[in-house]
Design a protein around this ligand. Structure first.
Ligand SMILES: [Zn+2]
Ligand SMILES: [Zn+2]
Length: 211
């Protein structure tokens, strides 16, 4: 792995893991899932001091996208998300937004990201894995020995499938076919809670184990 800057901030009422990822060589950075507490995230971005290129959403739920608008207004960063969650994240009448928050829809993504696409951040590349189930447009981001799993896979857990667009069978299939086929050593950085490794989850995850 190249020289990377990686920081986690836990933000918002649902304790979302917001990750700041930077390449120290090119001095470019991205923020994954700015779910809230934008002042804190913004201070951190400025302290790192790199060129802020991308706001990447692992999926369109408001606890992960609620800060998109404010962060975009403060910067030139482009919003990247999967097409299948765009309607959800930009909809003012979004059921979840109105239940969970005073509705804060996201601006539409500047760039759509789909299966197999690679997001480049200087020396860092993030490969997009489409992992629907928790939401239709859920993605994981694979970068070297790290994988950001959003709300698809947690340490000892999996994403809920009872929100609109959720699908349990699809989620299990995403985890088994897209994630559990990857290397055991991969470090999992999920959308909520503590980190894990893929090997640990394949063996011990109470909801889905490797066959
Ligand atoms: Zn979610
Ligand atoms: Zn979440």
């Amino acid at each position: 792995m190249h020289d990377i800057v990686l920081e986690r901030l836990i933000v918002g009422p649902f304790s979302v893991n917001c990750y700041l990822l930077g390449c120290s060589k090119s001095q470019k950075m991205a923020v994954i899932d700015p779910g809230g507490e934008i002042d804190t995230i913004w201070q951190k971005i400025q302290r790192i001091g790199y060129s802020f290129e991308y706001i990447i959403n692992t999926h369109g739920h408001p606890d992960h996208t609620a800060g998109n608008m404010e962060l975009k207004q403060k910067s030139q960063a482009k919003i990247l998300a999967h097409p299948d969650d765009v309607a959800m994240m930009t909809n003012k009448e979004n059921l979840l937004s109105s239940i969970l928050f005073e509705a804060k829809p996201s601006p539409p993504p500047d760039q759509l990201i789909t299966e197999g696409q690679v997001i480049t951040l200087g020396d860092i590349s993030l490969k997009v894995l489409h992992t629907p189930g928790h939401s239709p447009g859920g993605i994981c981001l694979l970068s070297g020995d790290i994988i950001f799993t959003g709300d698809t896979l947690f340490a000892d857990g999996i994403g809920r499938t009872d929100f609109p667009g959720g699908n349990y069978t699809q989620l299990i299939s995403s985890i088994k076919n897209k994630l559990y086929t990857l290397d055991d050593q991969l470090r999992i950085l999920p959308g909520h809670g503590e980190e894990s490794t893929l090997g640990k989850e394949k063996r011990n995850n109470p909801f889905v184990r490797a066959d």
